[in-house]
Design a protein. Structure first.
Lengths: 113, 665
């Protein structure tokens, strides 16, 4: 039974989850988790949204992201988000509808630091 | 006040430690007085937990911000109802609720068990005590709700997404379900420790399992409805780790509820049953761990906290300890009989169990996959909805079919001729339904078509069971159809309650299949005055309005809806912004059609006076999912209702003093 799961997950498989700094070298579909930095430009329902993601922890340089599709209400600079897609050249192109913001926590309000 | 709370928790911990130590020693040496003393310690632990809960609740309601917990989870303006629910809005309060329900359930189980299962109780008490020790220890040492501070002027408030009526009922229901699974687990282990090989533990815990399972099931449907109406992305279940965390113990408990019937009737599957009850309990703990540890990111992820390793340790201890006990008692767990034929009632129960457990394990594998891959490869790999949906179809459709076969097939060995006679009608109805559906165009989704054909088969076979039983009863008593029907259900509550639950699962399946296999989605930008068509509907954008409410600004898009030329009114999807919390919430608009159960679901983005971006979903039959919840509840209640006849049967079976007690309980 376990073998079936293993085979299935290996083939139809999961998507690896990476930090923006680890993106280089990944050519397939991945989920990138990072923090939105700098200005968010463009229109998600028009030509597409453009913003930079960097690692949630650490100061490594980020990656430029292009995304079209629905955008969660909580999305803004400084938020932690996850997005599925693949790297094309130097830009990470998101799959529509996969942009998800991560609440720092749902049941406890963010502590002011 | 906080001192009283802390002291009460220490009393609770002390009483639980005593129940373990004295109870274990007393059972080992057979000292009756000491056994009773350990039982009383369980009651004392409940008193401690109750006092601590009253202290916390009082502090919450008085908005006493010198309690750090109160300050973190409430504010001056927070309405009383949500102040009440902030009791379980945070980790410490949730743990306290666990402890309160656990000790409350344990006390009731001890009081009832004194009469119904006096020989099981001695070893059950230290096990109940052991679980209590863990939670009381967490609350006393690791995560106390009674930390204090210099009171600030106002609290931090409760997250707006938790300020709705669903959050009053959904979390406590899940907790009642999770914690309720402790009781059958403790009795199963207590029976093994006492070297009992009969089914008494199953008989005395049947209603506990049913109650826990009902709360867990209904609580999850409430959560699904909350997600559908309040979160408003157009779905109700997303295979989120925390949703899975509640689904897994429910699946294990469903398997358990079925397989114990085989042990009661035929004395088979003994090891399997104790393994299932351990599994269900461990998964309930794992569910609490997943939601609380922050190890996986989900919409439910809470603050990353220090309690994760403790929970993992405790789960490990529970699994290792129970496994060791089961292995050491293996000779007691030999089956009285063997499976005689792969085509029999027993066999369908076995297949049902294998499918349920396989599905449960697949979900567990999917949930654990990122943790495992991160440990092995340093990079978490997540599996998404396609993985789960594949296995939902692979295991769910055969399960649906079995639900129609199981109740009709004979015990022990079914003959082919008998099968033909029994299944002729349901098969004919299923095939006819399938053909009609193909004509209506349901062939666009093969799994959907197969699912609906199976649904028709199950409903037909359930209907047939009711009809046959009523006719037989009428032949005996000569009463009216209605009275014969009432007698039939009243005399076999467990069986017919079960069929009603099956009908609820079919309704659920119809709703899930309709809204996932036959839904339509369309996204489009509309200028004011423009129209779009989806299905039979025509939507026209009329413009935007803004209104100021007490704590939010409400922006709404006005969309006129027509179906086949008939005006159905204006729908108002939009956004609320909460300036105080700096949050925006999505306010989807839903139009439910009572006649065909179809929903028109509107999400509006980029709302402006001149244009709007609309996401429109047409979800056929989705309303049957919510109706299924109430049918499920009704079926569970029928199966739970005390049944004097059943008790007398059991009394004959278990003989002696205990049997009389079972009959009275």
């Amino acid at each position: 039974m376990l073998a079936i799961f293993l085979v299935y997950t290996a083939i139809a498989g999961g998507t690896p989850q990476v930090k923006p700094s680890q993106l280089k070298g990944h050519t397939g579909e991945v989920t990138v988790v990072g923090k939105v930095t700098g200005a968010v430009r463009g229109d998600a329902r028009g030509a597409g949204l453009r913003f930079r993601l960097r690692d949630v922890k650490g100061s490594a340089t980020g990656v430029l992201v292009a995304y079209k599709g629905s955008v969660p209400e909580m999305f803004r600079t400084g938020r932690d988000v996850s997005l599925r897609g693949r790297l094309r050249g130097a830009t990470f192109v998101g799959i529509p509808g996969t942009l998800v913001t991560k609440c720092p926590s749902k049941y406890t309000p963010a502590k002011k630091s | 006040m906080p001192e009283l709370g802390r002291a009460a928790l220490i009393v609770c911990l002390g009483a639980a430690v005593y129940a373990v130590a004295a109870g274990g020693y007393a059972s080992w040496t057979g000292r009756r007085r000491l056994q009773e003393s350990a039982q009383n310690a369980i009651l004392a632990a409940f008193l401690g937990a109750a006092v601590a809960s009253v202290v916390l609740l009082t502090a919450l309601l008085r908005k006493d911000f010198s309690f750090t917990y109160v300050w973190q989870h409430t504010s001056r303006e927070l309405p009383t109802a949500y102040t009440f629910s902030s009791f379980w809005g945070g980790q410490e309060g949730s743990l306290l609720l666990w402890l309160l329900i656990l000790t409350g359930f344990s006390s009731v189980a001890v009081l009832l068990g004194r009469r119904s299962a006096p020989t099981l109780l001695p070893w059950t008490v230290p096990i109940l005590g052991g679980v209590t020790v863990f939670f009381a220890f967490m609350l006393v040492v690791i995560s106390t709700p009674f930390a204090t501070q210099v009171a600030p002027g106002d609290g931090q408030g409760l997250n707006p997404s938790l300020q709705n009526p669903y959050m009053l009922a959904h979390p406590p229901m899940l907790y009642l379900g999770f914690v309720g699974l402790t009781i059958p687990f403790a009795f199963a282990m207590g029976a093994l420790a006492a070297r009992r090989s009969d089914e008494l533990w199953i008989v005395v815990t049947r209603r506990w399992t049913l109650v826990a399972w009902t709360f867990l099931g209904f609580g999850q449907l409430l959560g699904a409805h909350w997600a559908y109406v309040e979160v408003g992305w157009g779905g109700y279940f997303a295979w989120d780790p925390v949703e899975n965390a509640a689904l897994m113990p429910w699946l294990a408990a469903t398997a358990f509820l079925h397989s114990v019937m085989i042990q009661e009737k035929r004395g088979m599957l003994k090891i399997w049953n104790v393994l299932l009850v351990v599994g269900a309990f461990a998964l309930a703990l794992f569910g609490t761990f997943l939601t609380r540890s922050g190890i996986l990111s989900s919409i439910h992820s809470f603050t990353e906290s220090s309690i994760g390793p403790w929970f993992l340790g405790f789960i490990g201890l529970v699994v290792a300890g129970s496994t060791a006990l089961i292995v050491s008692r293996r000779p007691l767990l030999r089956a009285r009989t063997r499976l005689e034929s792969p085509v029999s009632r027993e066999a369908t129960f076995l297949y049902n169990n294998l499918l349920l457990v396989a599905f449960c394990l697949t979900i567990l594998w999917g949930v654990a996959y990122p943790i495992l891959t991160e440990a092995l490869r340093g990079e978490p790999v997540t599996v998404g909805p396609p993985y789960y949906n594949f296995f939902l179809k692979a295991f769910g459709l055969p399960l649906l079919l079995l639900m129609g076969i199981g109740p009709l097939i004979a015990w022990r060995r079914a003959s082919l001729r008998g099968l033909g006679r029994v299944f002729a009608w349901p098969l004919a109805i299923a095939v006819a339904t399938g053909l009609v559906l193909v004509v209506l165009g349901a062939g666009s989704s093969i799994p959907g078509l197969v699912g609906y054909t199976f649904c028709a088969f199950v409903l037909a076979s359930i209907g047939l069971e009711f009809a046959r039983g009523t006719r037989a009863r009428r032949a005996i008593s000569g009463d009216s159809w209605l009275s014969a029907f009432a007698q039939l259900v009243g005399r076999n509550r467990r069986r017919y309650g079960g069929y009603v639950v099956h009908a609820a699962i079919v309704l659920l399946a119809i709703g899930v299949i309709g809204s996932s296999a036959y839904d339509t989605t369309k996204e489009q930008r509309l200028r004011a005055g423009d129209s779009m068509a989806i299905g039979d509907y025509t939507l026209t954008y009329r413009g935007a309005t803004t209104e100021r409410a007490a704590n939010a600004t409400e922006l709404r898009a006005l969309v006129d809806v027509e179906r086949d030329g008939e005006a159905l009114g204006t729908m108002q999807p939009g956004k609320n912004s909460y300036p105080a919390e700096q949050q925006v919430s999505n306010e989807a608009a839903i139009r439910s059609d009572r006649l065909n159960g179809e929903d028109l679901f509107l999400i509006a983005e980029q709302i402006g006076p001149r244009s709007v971006f609309l996401k429109v979903l047409v979800k056929p039959l989705v309303n049957l999912i919510w109706i299924a919840g109430f049918v499920f509840l009704a079926g569970s209640l029928i199966a739970l209702w005390p049944d004097a006849r059943e008790q007398r049967r059991l009394a004959l079976r278990y003989g002696g003093r205990e049997a009389e007690a079972v009959a009275r309980a």
